[in-house]
Design a protein around this ligand. Sequence first.
Ligand SMILES: [Zn+2]
Length: 154
Amino acid sequence: MDVWITECKRRATCTYCGKTIPAHTHMVVCQYWLKIDKRENGGRSFRKKMYFHIKDENGIHCWEANGIAAAERKPKPVPRGRPMIQVAPENRAIRSKILNQRSTIIQRIRNEVDGTGMGEGTDPPNFERIEHLGIMLEKLKVKIADYGGAPKNW
Ligand SMILES: [Zn+2]
């Protein structure tokens, strides 16, 4: 966006307050290109201009007020990712040990389901073993409750 100050030759309407900017006073001009078509190439752009009082009859700096209002309308960035789980330093080692055990168990369950378990590679899933692993997983979940709690994607 280009912004400059110029003398108002005839009359203009202030974008911010909607009142007339009298001829032969200075005003702020903002020029920008409005893209109608969102396609990468092509699409039509229109040159748009906005006019603002430098200072209106009430002493309001319309361009400045408009800019501040626009900045406040802009959505605030949302922090990415999940909030960090707070774990006391003395519990961190135990917590990461539990998480490691968990991923080992999950891998073993996957192997069972895929038929690449303890057996020949094409074994049908051993549901007894899967159930046993599931119980181990639940026990770990109970255990980790004392060490920062289970992560959301447990
Ligand atoms: Zn104004």
